[in-house]
Ligand binder design. Structure first.
Ligand SMILES: *[C@@H]1O[C@H](CO)[C@@H](O)[C@H](O)[C@H]1NC(C)=O
Ligand SMILES: *[C@@H]1O[C@H](CO)[C@@H](O)[C@H](O)[C@H]1NC(C)=O
Length: 364
């Protein structure tokens, strides 16, 4: 995401009825924005299909090397010995669905993930090709409580294929970059439904497609997980989270404010923009690894794994911006990329595929 954080905050504050309150909050805004390179692409899902090898669909995974099919609820920062993230004390795992291009002849090819736009002088995140850009924001009013060891959650529904209502559901949206190198409108995501869409863009995007996924910002304060991996967290009562959740009050059932976690993925679709190769029925040609050709089923998973008190101390500090935070240690992109997890399910990852791994295409 390309934007000047404080300018955007001020702009957001201007748009809100209580800008007096917001300006006092601006003093304590911390926004971690950092890259995590790929740690593995595999058909595993320790949250939804624990212990199941292979799981139902392929994921793009970043973060610590303790990732496996059956991650326990204990402190994963003790199980990991390295991480692909810029903040070297972050052994969390972050994962999303992969994206595939479906050619006119019916075969699929994985769309690569690109690096992030250069912001705050952070060159690490521009080199994470294959990775995910991660945000933790503490701009909500009041005390922010960092996640605890063993905490995990899921956002989105992989089975969703349609959505009713005209208001943009702000937990998940797509941006079509209309020019090369993040060209076009680069403002904060999911603010309205003019720039961003809930479904995949319908026309070719010369600069690729950006996917932004916001996790809930309220926690029940007790459970590290829940049977559907969602019920222990909630969005603010004033509606789905905006990027900074400003003004969002937590419901009484989930009173504890947690950092606004957001993932940003940029799919480099540039090799797949030739409309002569797009479907003859006029539809867009991309599908998530779940078989979803709409984009509504985008989802993301999180397993907390920061070492000790590192994330809490960053959230308690005013002014940490991008990948610069006095409280946190960083590592080089070379060191991060040296960290990996051995792929468990041996499947062709980058060739032309007759079907998406694990997906019964007959039903699609
Ligand atoms: C997964 O990692 C945990 C430690 O986090 C370990 O106890 C377990 O044995 C591992 N499982 C597999 C299948 O490797
Ligand atoms: C299908 O189309 C793609 C893109 O045009 C091409 O690269 C691939 O070789 C084709 N596969 C088959 C089996 O024809």
């Amino acid at each position: 995401m390309v934007w000047k954080a404080l300018v955007a905050l001020a702009a957001l504050a201007d748009a809100l009825p209580f800008s007096g309150e917001v300006s006092t909050r601006q003093g304590s805004v911390t926004m971690l924005r950092f890259g995590c390179a790929q740690v593995v692409i595999d058909r595993l899902d320790p949250l939804v299909n624990p212990g199941q090898i292979p799981s139902t669909h392929v994921h793009q995974i970043v973060g610590g090397n303790a990732f496996n099919a059956s991650m326990t609820t204990s402190d994963v920062s003790n199980a990991a010995s390295c991480t692909t993230c810029e903040f070297s004390e972050d052994f969390s795992n972050y994962w999303t669905a992969n994206l595939y291009f479906k050619a006119r002849n019916g075969t699929y090819k994985r769309v690569p993930q690109g690096g992030a736009a250069n912001q705050f002088g952070d060159t690490f995140s521009t080199k994470i090709g294959g990775g995910i850009l991660v945000y933790y924001v503490s701009a909500q009013p009041g005390k922010i409580t960092a996640f605890k060891p063993g905490f995990r959650m899921l956002v989105g529904d992989p089975m969703e294929r349609s959505r009713t209502g005209t208001t943009l559901k702000r937990q998940n949206c797509y941006r079509c970059y209309t020019g090369p190198n993040f060209g076009g409108d680069v403002s904060a995501p999911c603010q309205d439904n003019k720039i961003d869409t809930e479904a995949f863009p319908t026309a070719p995007c010369p600069g690729g497609i950006r996917s932004n996924i916001h996790f809930p910002t309220c926690w029940d304060g007790k459970n590290l997980d829940s049977p559907n991996h969602k019920d222990h967290v909630a969005y603010p009562v004033s509606g789905p989270a905006t990027f900074l959740s400003l003004g969002g009050n937590c419901p009484s059932t989930h009173p504890v404010r947690i950092p606004q976690l957001m993932y940003e993925v940029v799919w480099d679709t540039t090799k797949f923009n030739n409309k002569a190769e797009w479907p003859t029925n006029g539809k867009q040609p991309f599908a998530l690894s779940t078989g979803d050709e709409t984009g509504y089923g985008q989802h993301a998973d999180y397993v907390f794994g920061w070492k000790g008190n590192a994330l809490q101390s960053a959230m308690d500090t005013s002014g940490c911006m991008g990948a610069k935070c006095a409280q946190l240690k960083t590592q080089t992109i070379e060191k991060a990329k040296a960290c990996s997890v051995k792929k468990v399910v041996q499947e062709d990852q980058d060739g032309w595929l007759d079907k998406l791994p694990g997906i019964d295409m007959g039903g699609m």
